[in-house]
Design a protein around this ligand. Sequence first.
Ligand SMILES: Cc1cc2nc3c(=O)[nH]c(=O)nc-3n(C[C@H](O)[C@H](O)[C@H](O)COP(=O)(O)O)c2cc1C
Ligand SMILES: [Fe+2]
Ligand SMILES: [Fe+2]
Length: 399
Amino acid sequence: MHNERKIGNELFYVGGNDRRIALFENVYPVPDGVTYNSYIIKDEKTALLDTVDSAIADRFLENVSSVLNGKKLDYIIVNHMEPDHAATLTRVIEKYPEATVVGNTKTLAFIKQFFDIDIDEHFFTVKEGDELSLGKHILTFVMAPLVHWPEVMVTYDKTDKVLFSADAFGTFGTLSGNLFSDEYEFGAKEKAEARRYYTNIVGKYGAQVSALLTKASKLDIDMICPLHGPVWRNNISEIVDLYKKWAAYEPEEKGVLIVYGSIYGNTENAAEIIAGKLADSGVKKIAVYDASKTDASYIVAEAFKYSHIIIACATYNNEPFTKVETLITELKEHNLSKRTVALVENGTWGPQANKKIAEVFSAMKDMTILESKVTVKSSLKQEQLAQIDALVAEVKASL
Ligand SMILES: Cc1cc2nc3c(=O)[nH]c(=O)nc-3n(C[C@H](O)[C@H](O)[C@H](O)COP(=O)(O)O)c2cc1C
Ligand SMILES: [Fe+2]
Ligand SMILES: [Fe+2]
C-alpha cells in the first residue's frame, strides 16, 4: 500500500524509513534507523529525484506509481549514484522504460559500472547551470563533486525555490510521520545524529562542502530536500549554520573531549582524574569516552564538536592501543583540523603511545600539540600528580 506525501506544489515525497538497518554503509551504527528520501515533481512533465535503497524498494515503487497515477514518468534525475539512493534505479527504469535518466558524465559512467544496462539512448547529460523545464517548474543543476562522491550534483527548482541537496543536509534517524524540520524536534539528540552523519559521511570533504555552501548562498532557497532525514523548511539556517562550521572544521564548543584506550583500567583512571581536575578548574564542557566501548563514529563526531582533545592511551605491541589507533586514523582520514591536543600514555616496559599519536596529529592540518605530556608506567603514582596538574593547567589556559 502506497504512502506518498504531498510536500509542496506538485511536489511529493516518495521515500521512506528503514528502521531495521543496523549499520549504515555496513559501518555506522544507526540505532534510530535512517530514511531514504526520494521526490517527484508532477508538472506537465514528471520528474523523479533520486531513487532509494533496495531495503524499501517495494514501498517506494508503490509510492511512485500512486503519485504518477497513470501519467508517464519523463525524467529520473540522479543526483547521487551511491546505492543507498540508486540501488533501485534499474527497477524504475524497467517499470518506466520511456523515462530519460538525467545526470552528468560521471553519473553515466557510474551507472554503467553498477549496472549492466544499455543506458546511452535514455541518458541526458547535464553540466553546471544547465536547465530543464518541466512546464511550470524550471530545474537547474549545480555540480557538488565530492559532497560524498565525485558525481554528486544538486538540483534547484527555481520556480518553487527548492534545493534537492543529495547527501548534504542529511541526517541519521527516521521520521515519525512529520517530514518537515519545523515539525521535527531538532534537540541535542537529533543535532548529535546530524553531526555524526555529517562528520562520518562527508566530514572529509570540508572544502567541497564549503564550495557547495557558497554556490547555494547565491540561490534563493525556501526548502531543502535532502536524501536523508527531514525536509528543511522555515529553520533552514539552523542546519546551514552548522554545516558552515563543520565544513570549516571550526569547533562548536570550547570544551574538552577525553578519549582513553585502556586494557586493565589504569589509563582509564588517569583519564577520569584529568576529567575531574578539569571540572574542578571550572571547565564545564567535558566529554569522556572509552574508545573500546563507544563506536568510533560517535567519537569522530565529538572531535568535530569540541576544541580540545585529550588522548590517554595504553601501549599495545609497541603501538597505541588498537581501538585508539583506529580512532586516530579515522580523525586523520576525516581531515579533522584546528584542534588542540594533549597526550597521556601508559606502558609497562616501553611506552610508545604518545610518540606515535603525536606523529599522526602533527601530520594533520593546524593542530596544536600541548607541551605537557604524561607517561604512566603501569599505574599513576602520587608523585606524578604534578604532571597531571600541569597538563590540566595547560589545557585550561589554552581554552
Ligand atoms: C597485548 C599487549 C601488548 C602490550 N604491549 C606493550 C608494549 O609494547 N609496551 C608497553 O610498554 N606495554 C605494553 N603492554 C602493557 C600495557 O600497555 C601496560 O600494562 C599498561 O599499563 C596498561 O594500561 P591499562 O591499565 O590502562 O590497561 C601490552 C599489554 C598487552 C595486553
Ligand atoms: Fe552518499
Ligand atoms: Fe546517502
